[in-house]
Design a protein around this ligand. Structure first.
Ligand code: AMP
Length: 399
């Protein structure tokens, strides 16, 4: 058997997949099925001979995975030759039940189903992906890797909201945090770049993509994170507001007459950079900033200022910080954002190196000055590899 794991990320109308060699992190092949349930479904497959694209009707996730298998058979690599070790599924919400990856069985499916109220958009799609893959690959071990699991080490004072105590017990109201797979991977890589054991280092990880979150990692364990009971809390994101006054819902409901559903929709889909400047794609936003657009300039400032505040908060939470690691689309590729977030923080031991910060390499790297007490890093995240690695770990532990 190989070390290859097929990593599956099933969304409500999409299915992303990557065939990953868990020992090296190489993605041997991968792709994306989009518009599941529509007549013009689209499958993009990347194999050894490059990329292919085909449009076809894809009724369901079952159809989607079967189309993926046909692409593997016709364009390679052949899954029969590879002998998969496992299938790893990204699952968004594990509540407080799952602190580790878990082998998928009926009990696990039941538990993830019970967690649907906490992630009504994501968990049903993830379940669909798991059920379909079990049907199509009945003999392969399948593992669920939860986006929340890494944050299960949060101390009680960091995950408790100051609301009636019974809400936690009765309604599962608490901070869970998300992007855990990315924060786990990047904090591990940060320790590796420092040439130290993860248990020895404290890292602030800034995952800045379409969704954004910050995590304080002490000795390899998440001790605080900016996303909360849902992924709406914390940093400013492409279309999500992040932190706000919790009285806002009541105010808008009472004064403007909007329903809670409408307010929730706007805060998740029409807010953040998009709400402030009409543009959620960071690259496009920066073009507007360069053209002198006042709304875009303000949105950029609000976005960076919020990150800066979290850096300060998590610095205090950790007491000592060895590294600050930027990752995901914006984190990896915007030197201007990194400068705006960390500029002027020399008193905290944070000194960016202007030239290193400008360098747009794809490698994990240090972008702070040689003498900076806190290392600032840019680390490409690799959630697929982390899922593959954790899945393989679970399978090996069974043997
Ligand atoms: P992700 O969710 O990690 O794919 O990140 C998506 C975000 O990263 C989008 O807002 C993109 O505009 C942004 N992004 C991707 N590449 C760049 C780049 N070269 N410079 C600035 N932002 C980028």
């Amino acid at each position: 058997m190989s070390d290859c794991v097929l990593v599956i990320n099933a969304g409500s109308s999409s299915l992303k997949y990557s065939l990953v060699d868990a020992s090296t992190g190489t993605s041997v092949a991968g792709g994306l099925v989009e518009r599941i349930g529509e007549s013009n479904g689209l499958l993009r497959h990347r194999g050894p001979d490059g990329e292919s694209e085909r449009e076809q009707r894809i009724e369901s996730h079952d159809d989607a995975l079967r189309a993926v298998l046909r692409a593997f058979a016709s364009e390679g690599p052949s899954l029969d030759d590879i002998e998969l070790a496992a299938i790893g599924h990204r699952v968004v919400h594990g509540g407080d039940r799952f602190a580790d990856p878990v082998l998928i069985d009926d009990e696990l499916i039941k538990a993830v189903t019970e967690l649907i109220p906490l992630a009504p958009l994501h968990n049903p799609a993830n379940l669909e992906g798991m059920e379909v893959a079990q049907r199509i690959f009945p003999d392969l071990p399948q593992v669920a890797v939860f986006d929340t699991a890494f944050h299960q080490t949060l101390p009680e004072h960091a995950y408790t909201y100051a609301v009636p105590a019974a809400w936690k017990e009765d309604h599962r109201v608490r901070r869970y945090g998300f992007h855990g797979t990315s924060h786990a991977f990047v904090s591990g890589e940060a320790a590796r770049l420092l040439d130290r054991e993860p248990a020895e280092v404290n890292v602030i990880v800034l995952h800045l993509g379409n969704g954004c979150s910050a995590t304080a990692v002490r000795g390899g364990q998440s001790v605080d994170t900016s996303m909360g009971m849902t992924p709406l809390e914390g940093l400013v994101m492409g279309t999500r507001s992040g932190d706000l006054d919790p009285a806002l819902h009541a105010h808008l409901h009472r004064e403007v007459g909007w329903s809670l559903e409408e307010i929730d929709r706007v805060l998740n889909r029409e807010s953040g950079l998009k709400g402030m400047a009409g543009e959620n794609d960071f690259r496009e936003l920066m073009k507007l900033v360069d053209a002198g657009d006042a709304a875009a300039t303000l949105a950029f400032e609000v976005y960076c200022y919020r990150i800066r505040k979290y850096v300060g908060a998590f610095y205090a939470a950790l007491g000592r910080v060895d590294a600050i690691a930027f990752t995901a689309g914006v984190g990896q590729h915007s030197p201007r954002m990194r400068e705006q977030v960390l500029g002027g923080l020399e008193a905290l031991g944070i000194r960016l190196d202007t030239d290193r910060n400008q360098d747009d390499s794809q490698e994990a790297r240090v972008v702070s000055a040689e003498d900076s007490p806190v290392a600032v890093m840019v680390i490409p995240t690799n959630e697929e590899w982390e899922i593959a690695r954790q899945s393989l770990g679970v399978v090996r532990a069974q043997k």
